[in-house]
Write a protein that binds this ligand. Structure first.
Ligand code: UDX
Length: 429
């Protein structure tokens, strides 16, 4: 049928591709623009440069309504809404680096036919008003501005977009709020309209609170280890209180990924810039760093020394279901193990770490079993379901020392010990 609206999406990364594909699925005509020729070439040839379940199928299904381009004019041709989906990596100071956002905003000069600019990139509170001023100065005072933060998680992004807990639309005028809300017709979730600054804050506050829950349960796990309680029992029962909720109470070796580390640091920096120091958030970040140090310490305590030890890292991505290595705890573990003189061997079904330190000093194996063959210890770093299928009895027999630190509490302690493992996990007796 007729496309409902024309939308230009800037950035063909995780957020841009998911947003663009889902908007096309909702019936809009979408042009996704990126400045990386290789990405656009891949997308045009029908390939998706990232691994995200369901995304490739959705792109194919909507190819009539979805174009990929390097060309600015082609992207903006007839567009009513420009979606800013570029990344905002941390800069050296801890503040988010907004240079890519500004480059997009600058490129909109002259696009007088736009009705709104919507920002999905995670930005510091107050960015919207700066973009507003830039648009005004560029003769685009009639173009509305909206903050429309994204809450999708990697691995489930397509489903999260189509069935969100909420859609947050921050806009300074009703027409823009209505336009952005209308774009989401067909999405199964409530729309919450608010001012721009509040919408910007919702994103940062949500991620910080999720990270807080994880750091909290990780600290309780440490205390469980010292007191003989079982954190799995504790987390389950705590989570049954609906005021607290059962999500994000899984203990582990710490949180990573493209959002939590960056956004928590950006929120801390945002607060510092106002002269207010966020005490709780600082502790949440520190606990997360400590959690990774404790993982290596546990092995060191068990093996006596890590010098000369062969250690297998099972799972490298920051969580299963993605190929994303950004801020993955495995990178910190690998670096520390190498610094302690260990030999690091690794396995991951999707993650392809760049060939730089620490990864260039490690050896990759095609299966967990091969990575463990002859090893002195193994660490379950990422809870890939494949690890449940490992022949652990055989693994125990081919390891030089059957020491296993299950950093995600993926396996059954009693069963693993019965197979002969010295089995360590997080917060379980
Ligand atoms: C997160 C938010 O969930 C999402 O709303 C936001 O838009 C982007 O950031 P994502 O980074 O894809 O999404 O991953 P998520 O599944 O939230 O996991 C983040 C990290 O926390 C991972 O390293 C994961 O292993 C860890 N985690 C998560 C835990 O250690 N315990 C938990 O209970 C949950």
């Amino acid at each position: 049928g007729m496309p409902r609206r024309r939308v230009a999406v800037f950035g063909a990364g995780y957020i841009g591709l998911v947003t663009g594909a889902c908007l096309a699925e909702l019936g809009h005509q979408v042009a996704i623009r990126d400045i990386a020729p290789e990405k656009i070439r891949l997308l045009r040839s029908g390939e998706v440069p990232i691994y995200e379940p369901g995304l490739g199928d959705m792109i194919v299904r909507n190819k009539e309504r979805l174009t990929f381009t390097l060309d600015l004019d082609e992207a903006l041709d007839g567009a009513e809404v420009a979606y800013v989906c570029v990344d905002t990596p941390p800069s050296a100071s801890g503040d988010a680096d907004l240079s890519r956002v500004w480059a997009v905003v600058k490129s909109l000069e002259g696009a007088a036919h736009l009705r709104a600019v919507a920002v999905k990139s995670t930005v510091p509170v107050g960015t919207g008003s700066r973009v507003r001023s830039a648009l005004d100065a560029a003769g685009l005072a009639h173009v509305g501005y909206a903050s429309n933060p994204e809450f999708t998680a990697e691995g489930t992004a397509v489903n999260d977009f189509m069935h969100p807990d909420r859609i947050v639309v921050g806009a300074s005028d009703e027409a823009t709020a209505a336009l952005i809300s209308d774009l989401h017709e067909g999405v199964d979730g409530p729309i919450v309209v608010m001012d721009v600054r509040s919408a910007e804050m919702v994103k940062l506050a949500s991620n910080a609170l999720l990270a807080t829950k994880i750091s909290f349960i990780n600290e309780i796990a440490t205390l469980c280890e010292k007191t003989g309680a079982d954190v799995e029992e504790v987390a389950h029962a705590v989570g049954l209180d609906h005021r607290l909720g059962s999500h994000f109470l899984r203990p582990g070796i710490g949180w990573g990924g493209s959002c939590f580390p960056k956004d928590s640091e950006a929120l801390r920096q945002l607060a510092n810039n106002t002269g207010y120091h966020l005490q709780l958030l600082s502790a949440v970040i520190e606990v997360n760093n400590l959690q990774k140090r404790r993982a290596v310490q546990k092995l060191k305590d068990e093996l006596g020394t890590l010098a000369g030890a062969r250690v297998a890292l099972l799972g490298l991505t920051f969580k299963p279901g993605t190929d994303d290595m950004r801020e993955a705890p495995s990178t910190v573990l690998a670096a520390r193990l190498l610094a302690e003189g260990a030999e690091v061997r690794c396995w991951d079904p999707m993650g392809r770490p760049a060939d730089v330190e620490p990864w260039s000093s490690t050896t990759r194996y095609d299966t967990p079993e091969l990575a463990m063959d002859g090893a002195d210890a193994a660490i379950v770093v990422t809870e890939w379901p494949q690890l449940k299928e490992v022949d652990w009895a055989r693994a125990a027999s081919v390891m030089r020392r059957p020491v296993l630190f299950d950093g995600r509490n993926l396996l059954e302690p009693a069963g693993m010990r019965a197979l002969g493992f010295t089995y360590l996990s997080v917060g379980r007796p």
